[in-house]
Design a protein around this ligand. Structure first.
Ligand code: ZN
Length: 249
């Protein structure tokens, strides 16, 4: 497999594929990443936004910083890769998406199932009584709140997104679902992930160990390139190729 067209052929010949996505697919929509050269974690404040103790002391800190990453639906939209992945589902190829991203953009693009292995903002739980609200409900509640913090409609507590904060356990159901999917598919497409964050980076290789193939599309080399059938650097080229190779019916 040498060219993007070869990759499109490999997708066409596969009955079931899965996508494993990372920050690179969202940086294409203008969302900054966390660990890259200009990543958010270079700002010490940003590095603290996922501290659970800080969230419980001052939730406005998280919600202030998370606005431009997750909640601002005016400026944050699914990008070309999210739409290409949804297209692969529409044409019956993509059996599921595994993502390290917390921004809900695969879900907002219509992909289903999405296994968000670092949690996501699709659902929020009240820290006090456990009441559940959807992303859209939280966006509406935040718009009405002066400090941008969504308060529980039942008890006045604070809603926290089901994003895995530092020190919290990874979402088991998403993780096991992702592992099962990886073992079932013929082709695993790694999109926009450098596969550096453990244990999520152990998921795509499961496809190879189960006899399937892995292709990596990422701007930088990854530690798993040697395990891949092919690697490509350009996500936008990938997204364009998918839209052209798999037109809607
Ligand atoms: Zn509550």
């Amino acid at each position: 497999m040498n060219t993007m067209q070869d990759l499109m052929c490999a997708i066409r010949e596969s009955e079931r594929i899965a996508v494993f996505s990372g920050a690179g697919v969202s940086t294409l929509c203008g969302i900054p990443d966390f660990r890259g050269a200009n990543g958010l974690y270079r700002d010490p404040n940003m590095a603290r936004m996922f501290e659970i103790d800080l969230f419980d002391r001052d939730p406005s800190f998280f919600y202030r910083y998370a606005n431009g990453l997750v909640y601002n639906t005016e400026t944050i939209h699914p990008g070309p890769v999210h739409l290409a992945v949804k297209r692969l589902q529409d044409v019956g190829k993509c059996a599921g998406v595994i993502t390290q991203n917390i921004d809900c953009l695969h879900e907002r693009a219509g992909s289903d199932p999405v296994f968000a292995v670092h949690g996501s903002a699709v659902l929020h739980h009240c820290r006090t009584c456990g009441d559940v609200k959807t992303f859209d409900e939280i966006v509406a509640l935040r718009a009405k709140a002066e400090d941008g913090v969504p308060h529980c409609v039942k008890c006045g507590g604070v809603y926290k997104p089901d994003i895995t904060f530092f020190g919290e356990a990874l979402p088991e159901a998403a993780f096991y679902g992702a592992m099962r999917l990886a073992q079932e598919v013929e082709l695993m497409l790694v999109l926009g992930s450098s596969l550096t964050v453990s244990p999520a980076n152990s998921i795509p290789p499961l496809t190879v160990r189960a006899g399937g193939r892995m292709v990596i599309v990422n701007a930088q080399p990854t530690a798993y390139d040697g395990m891949a059938d092919a690697t490509f650097p350009d996500l936008k080229e990938f997204a364009d190729a998918v839209m052209e190779a798999f037109p809607t019916l």
